[in-house]
Every structure is written in structure tokens, then in C-alpha cells.
Design a protein around this ligand. Structure first.
Ligand SMILES: Cc1cc2nc3c(=O)[nH]c(=O)nc-3n(C[C@H](O)[C@H](O)[C@H](O)COP(=O)(O)O)c2cc1C
Length: 209
């Protein structure tokens, strides 16, 4: 009788150990499945690196592929000449050709799109990007930096250009003001502030647990 009890005890311990091993093996698989849940692309346009700073913060938090949007013919270095060119492009609806090519865009589920406010509007290169790629059925997540006048109608334009996508609530914060010689402002203590704002926003829109 005592021998049977001992054997039963041993069998019980062996079963517990085996189920523990099985659970440990399942753990990483579950994590991998979570990570594979959403494939993320982060595309940003940035002239003086403020929007890039936000893109970097988002990238560190959610991972995915980070892509800087480049033009076939870059804008002039001079601020005022650039403003005039942008105003003209907005008036005529000109879409500047992009140098950046997205490899297999269909592989992504969620696309973050980052841009500065230009002329209180969505910059023409970002319009080119959203015209060029169809993100039908995908989730689009806009983010913006501006010179203190806000995002203007940029988020509305993103929604109009992606009628078959789910466009989530955008993020907007103050960046630099090139007009007044203030280029990269999202650095040092300001970068820390923006990091906190971005974390809060990512949680609100369900992109961060
Ligand atoms: C051509 C041009 C037009 C701009 N127009 C506006 C504007 O209408 N409103 C605003 O708040 N900031 C405006 N800005 C300032 C930028 O939005 C701001 O500096 C932003 O942080 C720049 O982002 P970046 O460093 O990623 O290029 C403009 C900047 C440029 C170059």
C-alpha cells in the first residue's frame, strides 16, 4: 500500500513537471503570436527632424519598419522659396514624385504616417504617398509636428485620401519654427515631454498595452 502511494506521488510530480515544461514552451510562442498580430510601417516626412524625432519615439515603442519619405527632387534649402513652392503645389494639386518606394506594401496592417504642418495643410509629398499606395482595409495612424499653429486640416485630408482605411485619432505636438530660425526643437527635455505624450496617445488608440 505504502509502495503504491509513493508511486502515485512520483507520477504526480512527473506530470506537474511535464505540464510546467509544456507551459514554458507555449510562452514564447504566444508572445511571438502577439508581435506578429500587427505588422507595422512608420513613414514620415521631415525637413528639420522634428517629425523624425516623433517617428523615432513611436518606432522604439511599437517596432516595425521605419521609412523616411524622400522626393525625387528635394525642396530648396531656403525656407521662403519652399513656402512659395508649397503654396503653388497646393493651389494646382501637384503631387511631387517620390524617390521612396515601399516594398510589398500589402504586408502591413497598420501604417503610421508622420508629417509637419505646411501652409496649415498636409504637405504635398504626403499627399503623393497616400495617392500612390492603396491602404484599403488597413489602419492608418497620423502624427504631426507644427510650428505652434496646430495640425490645420492635415488629419482631415488623410481621412479623405484614405476613404477605405480605418484612420485612428492623430497625434500632434509643437515642433520647431523654421521661419524664426528654430529648427530641431524636439530634443533633450522637450523630447522627454513628447515621449510621455506619445506613450499616452499610443495607449489611448490601443497601439500600446
Ligand atoms: C514650408 C513650410 C510651411 C510651414 N507652415 C506651417 C504652418 O502653416 N503652420 C505651422 O504651425 N507650422 C508651419 N511650419 C513649421 C513646421 O510645421 C514645423 O517647424 C515642424 O515642426 C517641422 O517639422 P520637421 O522638423 O519634421 O520638418 C512650416 C514649415 C515649412 C518648412
Amino acid at each position: 500500500m505504502r509502495r503504491i502511494n509513493v508511486l502515485l506521488m512520483i507520477a504526480f510530480v512527473v506530470i506537474c513537471l511535464l505540464s510546467g515544461v509544456a507551459a514554458a514552451q507555449q510562452g514564447p510562442k504566444k508572445d511571438q503570436a502577439l508581435k506578429a498580430e500587427k505588422k507595422i510601417l512608420i513613414v514620415y516626412l521631415s525637413r528639420t527632424n522634428n517629425t523624425k524625432a516623433i517617428a523615432d519615439i513611436i518606432h522604439k515603442k511599437v517596432g516595425g519598419k521605419l521609412v523616411s519619405l524622400e522626393l525625387q527632387t528635394p525642396y530648396p534649402a531656403d525656407y521662403h522659396t519652399t513656402v512659395q513652392q508649397v503654396v503653388r503645389e497646393n493651389e494646382t494639386g501637384y503631387l511631387p514624385p517620390l524617390k521612396t518606394v515601399i516594398d510589398k506594401p500589402d504586408q502591413y496592417d497598420a501604417i503610421f504616417v508622420g508629417f509637419p504642418t505646411w501652409d496649415m495643410k498636409l504637405p504635398p509629398p504626403m499627399k503623393s504617398f497616400l495617392h500612390q499606395y492603396s491602404f484599403r482595409g488597413k489602419t492608418i495612424i497620423p502624427f504631426n509636428s507644427n510650428g505652434g499653429y496646430g495640425p490645420g486640416n492635415t488629419f482631415q485630408t488623410v481621412r479623405e485620401l484614405c476613404p477605405q482605411s480605418t484612420v485612428l485619432q492623430g497625434f500632434s505636438t509643437r515642433g520647431g519654427l523654421e521661419r524664426d530660425g528654430q529648427l530641431l526643437a524636439i530634443k533633450d527635455a522637450r523630447a522627454e515631454e513628447v515621449r510621455t505624450e506619445v506613450n499616452k496617445w499610443l495607449r489611448t488608440i490601443g497601439m500600446l498595452k
